[in-house]
Design a protein around this ligand. Structure first.
Ligand code: FE
Length: 128
């Protein structure tokens, strides 16, 4: 796994670097995996860590891939984020520290009530 920012720049695309390493957000409705409905696992695009399953993916209408649960509770870390003048909870890959997106408390009520709002370009899909 890359250790320096120079190494990350080599491994990731420009867009992935901006999101994963600089905590940027991709434009809504642009991600390749937004409408993906195939069965499989979503891994961190930077390090391959298993993050989400297609089983918990849902259409939130927000323009970003959304999940109501992580595959394993210890695959991500949550950090408080107040950068845009509101309190949000940032979701970070526990293995490589890459920024993935945010988690909001407005997910499906009948499930967990959580909405993991994840940048498509921070994910890599592995079909089952
Ligand atoms: Fe990672």
């Amino acid at each position: 796994m890359p250790k320096t920012e120079t190494e990350w720049k080599k491994k990731l695309t420009k867009e992935q670097y901006k999101v994963l390493r600089e905590k940027s957000t991709e434009l809504p409705f642009t991600g390749k995996l937004l409408r993906n409905k195939e069965k499989g696992m979503y891994r961190c695009a930077a390090c391959g860590n298993v993050l989400f399953s297609s089983e918990t993916k849902f259409d939130s209408g927000t323009g970003w891939p959304s999940f109501y649960e992580v595959e394993k509770s210890d695959s991500v870390e949550l950090h408080e984020d107040t950068t845009i003048g509101m309190r949000r909870v940032e979701v970070v890959c526990k293995k490589c520290g890459g920024h993935l997106g945010h988690v909001f408390p407005d997910g499906p009520r009948e499930k967990t009530g959580k909405r993991y709002c994840i940048n498509s370009c921070a994910l890599e899909f592995e079909k089952k």
